[in-house]
Design a protein around this ligand. Structure first.
Ligand SMILES: Cc1cc2nc3c(=O)[nH]c(=O)nc-3n(C[C@H](O)[C@H](O)[C@H](O)COP(=O)(O)OP(=O)(O)OC[C@H]3O[C@@H](n4cnc5c(N)ncnc54)[C@H](O)[C@@H]3O)c2cc1C
Length: 430
């Protein structure tokens, strides 16, 4: 950061009016830590802040997910999945230059050197996220069903077993504890329902929570502490003076501020486009189905490895989530992908059957995905008072509080030489 800019930000940081665009988990945790520093917070969201990607997700806090989405072998697997209509991955075929550019960068990022360099950083960031959830829980006394009880990876085939054991070895090299179970052991470990699996790897470092409740509580506490929410307001443009953004527009309304945080999830590239900035970002759509008070359910948050389905007990409920579709923010529900999720359940849990719900009971959300699988968090080089926080893909919930702290640090001009600032630089593809 140049001296002048650091100075500008730290001077401004005495007490600023900050407009945050996006009331998902990333925008709200940014708001939470900035508010603690005494800043005046305004949150803008195009929705009424009761639904979106940060609500219906699988609720997992995942230090175990230290391998970025862009990793060796992912491209070949993705191509195989493309030809199966119920597989966990799909790209809607279309002529789209941005998608083509993203895929090219994704392909380039799927190499061992980049993945291995990112692994310890992602791990640390996830561990920080988990620690901050505990602090947030203790500080606020809010019950969002946080359970620090680990995550189980279940597998049914020798091929997946080999991959999961290799991941467990890599985890051990990074200092993460794992426990490996064979068929009998996994059956004893999961006592909530019968399991059909060759084995499993358990990551005690992981946790889970009920995201809908977390979001409700976050909004409540921010409001209580004086944040202003502008629900149902879509940001449509900006005003700028040189390198400084002075206001945002919601249609004909204008809202001035000293500084801005852009945390608009999968819509962030579109909004940055209004400022003439190109961001490589695609929406990875996923689905979830939540059963209320099921008669039987697994005790442990689990990932069904072959099917890439997440199964999470949340309070008295049970949620199944999965698939990643690059479909250009399409709102169409792809029933064969949803069927792919639900069909996997009885294969792993023979006593659990989930009926295909009506389309209105199928939740979907768009994960904001960068081409290298790392988030974008930082000040954008073309602007002195704009911080971007997006691109968290399948880890936005897990990384929410850690991201909020980095956003705060940028405004407060703290920890400017941290690894996070370097790895998550929003201008890294420019
Ligand atoms: C099926 C599924 C399962 C998942 N499971 C997990 C999990 O177990 N653990 C985990 O860590 N992550 C998980 N994720 C990923 C996680 O949900 C996302 O990474 C996270 O929610 C992204 O948060 P966000 O705040 O960046 O984006 P969002 O939650 O999408 O928030 C962005 C907000 O910006 C608003 N916005 C956009 N444009 C504008 C505009 N022009 N004006 C005003 N507002 C605007 C939107 O309305 C939205 O509310 C899962 C995702 C899916 C789909």
């Amino acid at each position: 950061m140049c001296v002048l800019t650091s100075l500008t930000l730290s001077l401004l940081s005495l007490s600023m009016k900050i407009n945050i665009i996006g009331g998902g988990v990333i925008g709200l945790f940014s708001a939470y830590y900035l508010q603690k520093e005494g800043h005046q917070i305004h949150i803008f969201d195009q929705t009424n802040l009761t639904d979106g990607c940060s609500y219906g997700n699988a609720g997992m806090i995942t230090p175990s997910h230290f391998i970025p989405l862009a990793a060796p072998g992912v491209v070949a697997q993705g191509v195989r999945w493309m030809f199966n209509s119920s597989s966990p991955f799909y790209i809607k075929p279309r002529l789209d230059l941005e998608l083509a550019q993203w895929l090219w960068r994704f392909y380039r990022s799927c190499n061992r050197r980049q993945a291995e360099a990112a692994m310890p950083v992602l791990l640390d960031f996830n561990l920080l996220g988990k620690k901050l959830y505990r602090v947030f829980y203790d500080e606020t006394g809010l019950d969002f069903k946080l359970k620090e009880e680990g995550i189980l990876m279940l597998y049914q085939t020798p091929k997946k077993e080999k991959e999961e054991l290799e991941t467990a070895e890599a985890a051990a090299r990074l200092g993460i504890e794992t426990q490996t179970f064979d068929r009998q052991e996994v059956g004893k470990f999961e006592s909530g329902t019968t399991v059909n699996a060759l084995g499993g790897v358990f990551y005690p470092c992981d946790a889970h929570l009920y995201p809908n409740i977390l979001m409700e509580h976050l909004i409540g506490i921010l409001r209580k502490n004086g944040a202003t929410f502008h629900g149902g307001k879509a940001v449509t443009g900006f005003e700028q003076k040189g390198k400084k953004i002075t206001a945002l527009h919601c249609g004909s309304e204008k809202f001035e501020a000293d500084a801005f945080v852009l945390a608009s999830g999968s819509w962030s590239a579109k909004l940055l486009g209004k400022l003439g900035v190109k961001l490589h970002l695609q929406d990875g759509k996923g689905y979830s189905i939540t059963q209320k008070n099921p008669a039987q359910r697994p005790d442990h948050a689990t990932i069904l490895s072959e099917a890439k389905v997440a199964v999470t007990p949340m309070g008295n409920d049970l949620r199944f989530g999965g698939t990643l579709e690059l479909g250009g923010l399409s709102s169409r529900i792809n029933m064969s992908r949803v069927r792919g999720i639900l069909d996997a359940i009885p294969r792993y849990y023979p006593n659990l059957k989930v009926e295909m719900p009506q389309p209105e009971n199928i939740w979907y959300g768009y994960r904001p995905c960068s081409p290298d699988g790392l988030p974008y968090i930082g000040r954008m080089r073309d602007f002195d008072n704009l911080v971007l926080a997006t691109g968290h893909a399948m880890m936005g919930l897990s990384l929410g509080p850690a991201t909020g702290q980095v956003v705060r640090d940028i405004f407060e001009n703290k920890n400017t030489d941290s690894e996070y600032i370097r790895f998550f630089d929003p201008d890294r593809f420019a």
